[in-house]
Design a protein around this ligand. Structure first.
Ligand SMILES: *Cc1c(COP(=O)(O)O)cnc(C)c1O
Length: 395
């Protein structure tokens, strides 16, 4: 089976971790400090604070940026659930705006519509989904116009850039995840970056029991501290990150070149102003028998059509796995349709493009460990499914 993710751990990684184990300094120490400095420099932000996960970095960012209970923050429903959970945990209200179907990211046009009608919005939380930056030029313009706080969820976009600027460095804070499936890993781990010194010092307190001095506790804080073990691994991985990203981009180019010939598939589109780091290579099944489709115009009528697309997509997943090609569906349900959000009344949101994407998407392996033979096999197996496609759609 070609796995959907396959993190690389080198001898240098092992040596770096071993040295920490032998040093006796297992918790947060000099390695964490160096990892923070190096990561901040990499993103172009002034400060970085290492945490236990992307989720805890996001929770810390929401608090450190100054959001208060009852604040309303625009975000995308087409993401991993941790993005909007960080708001809910802090009693901040997620306001879901639909995505741009071409990039799967927050659509600035929808964001503006909400801002024009809701004077209580205090922030925007864009996610750089699958490694492609959200439209940060537009989002930062809106933030300035409406005086909003921006937090970037860059958990899938280490080293990605928009107009030459790296993700994480646009907003008041940006967060990253080092979970093993991400573009670089520390096992579990996360990082908050910011160029605002106040946000940085608040974040540093929040992850360390609200501590300011020797058993002096200024604010309510957690233990979200990283460890020297994780940081030693992270420093090694960071050195190889740009090579990893280039390799992901090469693999994506190959897949796109071959798969774009299939009339039932839409390959990912990289915006010219973006440097996409392909955390996932995500294709969409195109509904057949429709010259063009626009679920935003007439979602009800198209409901049946997308139910068929979903059925076909799910059969493709089975087919690929049966032939030894790992794949994933990110994400099968938009956040506002998840039971946990439905129970809180978010079901009334209308985000037809996010819902269509949930029925259409399929992610294929694109990670740096793929061989040329793996890539050829992925293309061959996907192409072979073409024979089934008409039959499946017409069922
Ligand atoms: C992985 C991920 C997170 C959470 O990161 P963890 O390190 O797993 O806690 C948050 N947001 C997005 C978009 C992610 O992909």
């Amino acid at each position: 089976m070609i796995p959907i993710a396959n993190p690389e751990i080198t001898d240098d990684d092992k040596q770096a971790v071993l040295e920490v184990l032998e040093s006796g300094m297992l918790a947060s120490g000099p390695e964490v400090e160096k990892f923070e400095e190096e990561f901040a420099e990499f993103t172009g932000a002034d400060y970085a604070v290492a945490t236990t996960s992307g989720t805890t970095a996001l929770d810390t960012a929401v608090q450190a940026c100054g959001f208060k209970a009852g604040d309303r923050v625009i975000t995308t429903p087409f993401t991993f659930i941790a993005s909007c959970n960080a708001l809910l945990f802090n009693s901040v209200e997620p306001v879901f705006a639909d995505i741009d179907p071409a990039t799967f990211n927050l659509d600035p046009v929808r964001v503006r519509e909400i801002l024009e009608n809701d004077p209580d919005i205090r922030g925007i939380l864009p996610v750089h989904l699958f490694g492609q930056p959200a439209d940060m030029s537009e989002i930062m313009d809106l933030a300035e116009e409406y005086e909003l706080i921006v937090i970037e969820d860059a958990a899938q976009a280490h080293g990605a850039a928009h107009c030459g600027q790296r993700t994480g460095s646009f907003g008041q804070a940006g967060i990253f995840s080092f979970y093993p499936t991400k573009n670089m890993t520390t096992g579990e781990g996360g990082m908050l970056v910011t160029s605002d010194s106040q946000t940085a010092s608040r974040a540093r307190k929040i992850i360390n029991h609200g501590r300011t001095g020797h058993y002096q506790h200024d604010v309510l804080g957690y233990n979200f501290r990283s460890t020297d073990l994780a940081a030693a691994l992270g420093r090694q991985q960071l050195r190889r990150l740009e090579d990893y990203n280039e390799s992901r981009r090469e693999n994506a180019r190959y897949l796109t070149e071959k798969l774009q010939e299939l009339d039932w598939l839409e390959v990912p589109e990289e915006r010219p102003e973006n440097y996409h780091v392909y955390h996932q290579y995500t294709v969409r099944l195109r509904p057949l028998n429709l010259e063009s489709y626009d679920p935003a115009q007439d979602y009800k009528k198209l409901g049946n059509c997308f139910a068929r697309v979903k059925k076909c997509r799910d059969q493709l997943v089975e087919y690929l796995r049966g032939k030894g090609v790992g794949c994933g569906i990110y994400y099968p349900l938009p956040a506002h349709r998840q039971p946990v959000y439905r129970r809180r009344g978010y079901d009334s949101y209308k985000c037809p493009w996010a819902e269509a994407a949930s029925a259409q998407v399929l992610s294929l392996p694109v990670h740096p460990a793929l061989s040329q033979a793996d890539l050829e096999k992925i293309v061959k197996v996907v192409s072979c499914f073409s024979e089934n496609i008409t039959a499946v759609y017409l069922q």
